[in-house]
Each structure stands twice: as structure tokens, then as C-alpha cells.
Write a protein that binds this ligand. Structure first.
Ligand code: URA
Length: 234
């Protein structure tokens, strides 16, 4: 058994005095009941403790889906640019970081967490986690381009890109959905350049089992649902 305020601190929700205030304000619930006392004893690994309705993991890991807008850099800190973490002020959790990078002008799905093991699993080149991008292009996307992208193209690295899935958009001839299993620097832009086209708009819509929620507006974030966490194996 552990005191509720100690648990909340360990889960990265804030300092001892901050979590006491959270409890006083009714932001914390234990097994679905709003907690009123910081010295409430809770059972580690059994009690479900929520802050603002988001379940806090016992070991302090937290998981967020972020809809990155263009103009924001995928970093925790930057002296000049606005970062993804700047968008998330007040999000509970210690040592948050984005899993993988999106270019400054790329929009879409980012996972932000403090679970290093999960980040490693998702980013390891050996794991081949699928990432799907909605891509708008300068020129019409042809069947030939899709075929080449699917086979793998030379983007100037040691090896060509791994097999991908490229589907022309039904409603727009200058666009495609591209699923890649790697995460090389500027990979999608370089792949389109390799087939004599150019990316004019790029948005990541999924990463592994995680799909960007349609109703999550640009610049907004939310904790992952229990189902999403389960699908990620956490
Ligand atoms: N590929 C790119 O070129 N840019 C991104 O931001 C992500 C994938």
C-alpha cells in the first residue's frame, strides 16, 4: 500500500504540494471515485488512479497522442523554435519526449511518452514499424511512380528504401497514401524526389497500431486510451 500523494509524485504528476492541490481540486480519482485525501492508501498495481480522467501508470509512464501542426519542431526544448513539448504544457509526466521525428513542415501523428523501452521498440530499424503518410504532390501520381515507390528507390543512401505500400488517392490525382517501414531522414520527401515528383504537403496518419484521431485538432493532444496502450503492448 502506498499513500496517494506519494504515488502521484512517483507517477510524475507533480511535486508533493502540487499533487495535494490536484487532489483538493477533485482532479484525482481512485477506482472511479474522486479522491479527497492525500493520505488515502492505494494498492500498487491494483488501484486505478486517474488524473483528469487519464489513467496514470504505476511506474510513472505516460502516453500521449499529439496532432503536430506545421511550424513546430519535434524536440523537447529549443531556444528559438516552438517545440511539440511547448504545445503540451501541463501534461502530467516527467521527462516526456517525442517518439521519432517529423519535419518542421510536416503535420500529424506524434506519440509523446517517457517510456524509453516503447520508443526503442517503435524506432528500432529492425522492428519495421509501419508509418503511413498522407502525401500531396507537385505532379500527378502515376501508377509507375507507385510501383517504383513500392519496390524501393535509391534516395542516395547506402541501400535503397525497403518495400513500401503506395496507394493513389481516390479524390485527388496529386496525392497518395504511403506506408513505409523505416524512418530515414526526410524519407518521404526523398522518395518522392527519387520518382521525379515533390512533396508539397505531408501528414503522418498512423504509426504501428496507432491512428491519428480525426477529431483531434492540430496542436492538440490527449492521453492514449487503454485500447491504444494495449495495442502498443504497454
Ligand atoms: N518523411 C519526411 O520526409 N518528413 C517527415 O517529416 C516524415 C517522413
Amino acid at each position: 500500500m502506498i499513500r496517494l500523494d506519494k504515488f502521484l509524485c512517483e507517477a510524475g504528476a507533480g511535486t508533493r504540494s502540487e499533487v495535494k492541490t490536484m487532489i483538493k481540486r477533485g482532479r484525482v480519482s481512485v477506482d472511479g471515485v474522486t479522491a479527497r485525501s492525500a493520505d488515502l492508501k492505494i494498492e500498487e498495481g491494483k488501484s486505478e488512479v486517474c488524473l483528469d480522467n487519464a489513467l496514470l501508470s504505476r511506474i510513472g509512464t505516460v502516453y500521449y497522442m499529439v496532432h503536430k501542426p506545421a511550424g513546430v519542431v519535434t524536440a523537447t526544448k529549443d531556444t528559438r523554435e516552438k517545440t511539440v513539448l511547448d504545445l503540451m504544457r501541463g501534461a502530467p509526466g516527467k521527462d516526456l519526449f517525442p517518439v521519432g521525428r517529423l519535419d518542421k513542415d510536416t503535420e500529424g501523428l506524434l506519440l509523446v511518452t517517457n517510456d524509453g523501452a516503447l520508443a526503442h521498440r517503435l524506432l528500432s530499424p529492425k522492428k519495421h514499424v509501419d508509418k503511413t503518410y498522407y502525401v500531396l504532390t507537385r505532379d500527378v501520381v502515376t501508377k509507375k511512380m507507385c510501383r517504383l515507390l513500392e519496390q524501393g528507390v535509391d534516395i542516395g543512401d547506402e541501400k535503397p528504401t525497403l518495400p513500401a505500400v503506395a496507394r493513389k488517392l481516390a479524390d485527388c490525382e496529386k496525392g497518395l497514401l504511403l506506408t513505409i517501414q523505416e524512418g530515414r531522414f526526410h524519407q518521404v520527401k526523398r522518395m518522392l524526389a527519387a520518382v521525379d515528383n515533390e512533396v508539397v504537403y505531408l501528414k503522418r496518419v498512423s504509426m504501428g497500431p496507432l491512428r491519428l484521431e480525426d477529431s483531434l485538432e492540430k496542436g492538440m493532444w490527449r492521453p492514449l486510451t487503454e485500447k491504444e496502450k494495449k495495442d502498443l503492448g504497454v
